[in-house]
Design a protein around this ligand. Structure first.
Ligand SMILES: O=C(O)CCC(=O)C(=O)O
Ligand SMILES: [Fe+2]
Length: 345
């Protein structure tokens, strides 16, 4: 694996052609052995198969996870067989599962297994474990991964939820228009001690984002309705949370300004929050995920979003695969139907 000198070595790793080929062959052979991404045998066997990923990629990601310092890193250079993968779909509803891009979904899950356990949400993309991100015409102006014309404002993934992921992995199947993902880490030294102290206090409210709403899923069954109600309750609960937590000198982040409310009368909290948003804005970077790039976001150390773009809707649009990863599946047991279920809701 080469690390270009222009890029910090803890940020980008580039697979050699031989490593990329080995990873692709591993994923393709596993796609013949397992039935789908929800196959319990596949989920059980992930760590074993992940140990056959290119060793330097494994080390790079383990260092990223254990250092818990950087907010994101990228492994570049994966082979994407565009002819096999086929056109970018128009909607994730009605996609074949598994589809022709099953090997790429498996590769995503193998990487997930290096960081923790992959999981999904009953209330997101019809409860699929691996998500699809491509522009959907009806969502053009929405604050959704499937939107396009609107800036997807930066956020902690599922910031409103106590069981949100520790990592988010995005795999780029194609991105011909070089649409940028945005990423920012926190420069804590830019905050005053007073603001820092306030941001550690439970004075900020976060409501669920649009992706968890029933309208953005297919028709909802009676049992699922209860699960959407759980999410709705978090909307109406209005329990304030802290936006910074963990180490006082090197804190973790939890915020989604677009979906937040801070009581108007709490002038100090409003001031501290504005300062935090400014500091993050200043650090915001555009990262173009090129075909074959895998982006790993530490959901406690970085926020992310997406630049606006004009979609094509002709089968050649940007297409990412996405999965949430937790280091502690057990903590969400009260919201998963069975111990084996990977879906929270
Ligand atoms: O489209 C992107 O680059 C990122 C969208 C996003 O926020 C997500 O997938 O969670
Ligand atoms: Fe996101």
């Amino acid at each position: 694996m080469r690390s270009s000198s222009a890029e910090a070595s803890d940020e980008v790793a580039i697979l050699t052609p031989a490593e990329a080929k080995a990873a692709a062959e591993l994923a393709t052979s596993l796609a013949q052995r397992y039935s789908s991404v929800d196959d319990e045998d596949l989920l059980c066997d992930l760590p074993f198969h992940a140990s056959k990923l290119p060793l330097r990629a494994q080390r790079f990601l383990r260092r990223f996870a254990l250092a818990d310092r950087r907010g994101f890193c990228i492994v570049k250079g994966h082979v994407m067989d565009a002819a096999r993968i086929g056109p970018t779909p128009a909607d994730w509803r009605g996609m074949a599962r598994p589809g022709p891009e099953f090997p790429e979904e498996i590769l995503l899950l193998l990487y997930a297994a290096l960081l923790g356990e992959p999981f999904g949400w009953v209330t997101q993309q019809d409860g699929h474990l691996v998500h699809n991100t491509f522009p959907i015409k009806e969502h053009e102006y929405e604050q959704l991964g499937s939107g396009s014309r609107e800036l997807l404002t930066w956020h902690t993934e599922d910031a409103f939820h106590p069981y949100r992921g520790d990592y988010l992995i995005l795999a780029s199947l194609r991105n011909p228009d070089r649409v940028a993902t945005t990423v920012a880490e926190l420069d804590v030294s830019a905050l005053s001690p007073e603001d820092l102290g306030l941001l550690f206090q439970e004075r900020f409210r976060i409501v669920p984002d649009e992706s968890h709403r029933p309208g953005n899923n297919s028709s909802v069954s009676a049992s699922d309705r209860r699960r959407f109600a759980n999410i709705e309750r978090l909307t109406t609960d209005h329990r304030p949370v802290a936006v910074l937590f963990g180490s006082p000198t090197d804190p973790y982040l939890r915020l989604d300004p677009y979906f937040m409310e801070i009581p108007e009368e709490d002038l100090d909290a409003n001031r501290a929050f504005r300062a935090l948003v400014e500091v993050i804005d200043r650090n915001l970077r555009n990262i173009v995920l090129e075909q074959g790039d895998f982006l790993f976001v530490n959901n406690h150390r970085a926020v992310h979003g997406r630049a606006p773009f004009t979609a094509r809707y002709d089968g050649t649009d940007r297409w990412l695969k996405r999965v949430n990863v937790t280091t502690d599946l057990r903590k969400s047991r009260d919201m998963r139907a069975t111990a084996a279920s990977r879906l929270i809701g």
